[in-house]
Ligand binder design. Structure first.
Ligand code: MG
Length: 498
């Protein structure tokens, strides 16, 4: 290894250590910290973030990258890829002044407070001036970069490197009419019964069952843990310390099982990254959409499938004998896949979920290019809900105020959720060609071959390939909704007898 490369890796290693230490603090904030600790924690995180940023944007890094890009121009090699990704991150970090980052944090913190109040009072006008300010800052952020085909491209690129607004519009444009058609058919079919899902289930037993499932998936409790937190998430500090959180909801007690599978999907990705990438820019999953393709696959394509429950249901039924008395595995399977248009995105089922995302994407694009006035958002929101899902929110809390993202200036993020669904189905078709008896294996509770396939084709590469490139490399085509439509249509035609 050249001297310059080892110097770059030394700096990146320190930056990574600082960022991971901040992540530990962030995890602690959600899991353990008493409420009064928030202010000091905010300062600690800001300080660590500032030091990491200064280290990373030092001119020495720029000089090293310039020389190394010539020396390691083959991006198929690990070092070449690492330098390519680092140079891209460096360029972005250099364009955005530290003073802007600080301003955005301050404005975002106030906007978050206003959002909490606005949501609790269901009054968009409280949030409006703060959201306007956030959008102004987002436009300023865009102005730091060379003009793109569409201003939203700049935002999207932070989450899905290399993806364009036109790509996402095309993918969703193909999907929307087909998904709307399917939803109409389901709406006219006989609804499935799911009352038993909202009975009282013992929290400890549900929690233990969730850990049994993810252990079988291959989540390694020697390299991870599951803790309670207000929102389920996955976070990793190294390839050998990948943690997940979960919660128990009284109204939806078995949701804990599906959240565990979801976060485990994220965790298996991080646990599977090539250990040689530790403390470099390649050390984590490549994008939010590819990450989400993993979590959704374990949660939905595996965890909401009939073969899966043919394996696990007998034990579930034994554990919750009174709750599931008289419920067959087939009816349980139908219940956990019930389709019902609803107002809240995070509670949406597989068939309606993407509609929530498309609505948000259109609004975000309009905010970024100025074609939407922020004060019109509640009305635009409600009109689109009616158009896409046939329902109209009774108030702003149920509508435009439900998500936290825009309060902290996160614009450009939402589409990654839907892209994850789409990619999960594309991969699933390929997996089922490569593993001919996958259903049979799942029915026996065997997940090794599936997990190893994912590890070998995706996980191990970490950040080496951009999202479109890795999907292309595996499936032979770029991100495309055809497989997803096939998957939804087949699944729901059976469940709803369409
Ligand atoms: Mg997720």
């Amino acid at each position: 290894m050249s001297e310059k490369l080892s110097r770059l890796k030394e700096i990146l290693g320190e930056v990574s250590d600082l960022n991971h230490a901040a992540s530990v603090l962030g995890w602690d904030q959600q899991v353990n910290m008493p409420p009064m600790g928030a202010e000091a924690r905010g300062q600690q995180l800001a300080t660590l973030g500032k030091i990491a940023q200064e280290k990373f944007t030092d001119d020495e890094v720029g000089r090293l990258l310039e020389d190394l890009q010539k020396e390691y121009s083959d991006v198929e090699t690990d070092d070449g890829a690492m330098i390519r990704v680092t140079a891209r991150n460096y360029d972005k970090a250099k364009r955005v002044p530290a003073s802007f980052v600080a301003e955005q944090a301050v404005v975002g913190a106030k906007a978050f407070e206003a959002w909490v109040e606005a949501k609790s009072k269901s009054d968009f006008s409280i949030f409006l001036p703060h959201l306007e300010k956030n959008v102004e800052l987002v436009k300023k952020y865009i102005s730091f970069f060379p003009p793109a085909d569409h201003p939203y491209d700049i935002l999207l690129d932070d989450y899905e490197p290399g993806m364009k607004t036109s790509d996402v519009k095309e993918i969703f444009g193909n999907l929307r009419p087909k998904q709307v058609e399917l939803l109409k058919k389901i709406a006219n079919a006989k609804q499935v019964k799911d009352k038993f899902l909202s009975k009282k289930y013992n929290e400890e037993k549900v929690w233990a069952f969730s850990e049994k499932i993810i252990s079988k998936f291959g989540y390694d409790f020697n390299r991870g843990r599951q803790d309670k937190a207000p929102h389920p998430f996955e976070t990793s500090f190294s390839v050998n310390d990948v943690r997940i959180t979960n919660r128990y909801e009284v109204n939806s007690p078995l949701a804990t099982l599906f959240s565990a599978m979801h976060e485990c999907g994220h965790a298996l990705y991080e646990m599977g990254v090539n250990p040689a990438y530790e403390r470099t820019s390649l050390a984590h999953g490549t994008s939010l959409a590819i990450h989400e393709s993993q979590s959704r696959m374990w949660e939905n394509l595996v965890g909401r499938s009939l073969p899966f429950w043919e394996h696990f249901y007998p034990e579930l039924k034994k554990t919750f004998a009174s709750q599931l008395d008289g419920v067959s595995v087939k009816n349980f399977y139908k219940a956990i896949n019930k389709v019902e248009p609803s107002f809240i995105r995070v509670n949406a089922d597989e068939a309606t979920y993407n509609m929530h995302i498309m609505l948000r994407l259109e609004i975000e694009i309009g905010m970024a290019d100025g074609s939407i006035r922020i004060k019109d958002l509640p009305e635009i929101w409600n009109t689109k809900m009616k158009e896409y899902l046939g329902i109209t929110p009774a108030n702003d809390a149920q509508g435009v105020l439900q998500d936290v993202h825009w309060s902290s200036g996160l614009i450009g993020y939402f589409s990654t959720y839907a892209l994850g669904n789409i990619v999960s189905a594309q991969l699933w078709e390929k997996i089922n060609k490569d593993i001919y008896n996958l259903d049979e294996q799942i029915r026996k509770g065997k997940f090794e071959q599936l997990r190893e396939w994912l590890r070998e084709k995706i996980h191990v590469y970490g950040h080496k390939y951009d999202p479109q490139d890795i999907v292309q490399k595996i499936t032979g085509s770029k991100i495309d909704s055809t497989a997803y439509v096939r998957y939804l249509t087949k699944k729901y035609s059976e469940i709803y007898d369409l």
